[in-house]
Design a protein. Structure first.
Length: 181
């Protein structure tokens, strides 16, 4: 890999992290009737698919169990959802939407549409197709990401040696114009 290739990867890494941070920062500033955008995602999922197990919501929406609990606590406190125990397995807690929750989602249905257009309007169909493929590739590349890096960190502790040439940056951190890890 040449230094130009490495610089392009560094730039892509920097821009990806910047985009994710900016998106989360902006998303977290939005509260609709006291409910965050992730809370609205939960309500929409229940409307589409029916009551949901909290663990399934966490997995499918890619939130931690703690984040799902905090979100569902707010939804329930606002009267938008209700928790129910499954009849045949009292250990399983299901989250269902209330009439108030349905009305709120319906009243604000234009917000989700506007989120998407704010992010993606102006891109051509070809650009959107490419973005989707790139995102799918990054998601695939993230499989085992943390495990691989944690394993490498443990190896570095056990026998501190220089990384393999294909892993070594082409420039030092001081020479790079991008913030790295």
């Amino acid at each position: 890999m040449g230094s130009a290739d490495w610089e392009r990867m560094e730039e892509a890494d920097f821009l990806l992290r910047k985009m994710v941070r900016r998106f989360v920062k902006e998303r977290d500033r939005v509260s609709v009737e006291g409910i965050s955008l992730p809370g609205i995602l939960i309500l929409q999922k229940i409307i589409r698919e029916g009551e949901q197990r909290l663990g399934d919501l966490a997995e499918q929406l890619d939130f931690t169990s703690g984040a799902i609990t905090a979100l569902t606590d707010k939804l329930e406190a606002g009267g938008y959802t209700v928790r129910r125990r499954k009849e045949d397995d009292r250990r399983t807690v299901l989250l269902d939407i209330t009439a108030k929750g349905r009305e709120m989602v319906e009243r604000n249905s234009n917000i989700g549409d506007r989120c998407i257009t704010l992010l993606f309007e102006g891109f051509t169909d070809v650009e959107l197709e490419l973005q989707s493929r790139f995102y799918e590739r990054i998601i695939s590349n993230l499989e085992g990401f943390s495990d691989t890096l944690l394993k490498l960190a443990m190896q570095n502790l056990e026998s501190p040696v220089s990384p393999a040439p294909e892993q070594k940056p082409r420039r030092t951190a001081a020479e790079s114009k991008y913030l790295s890890y």
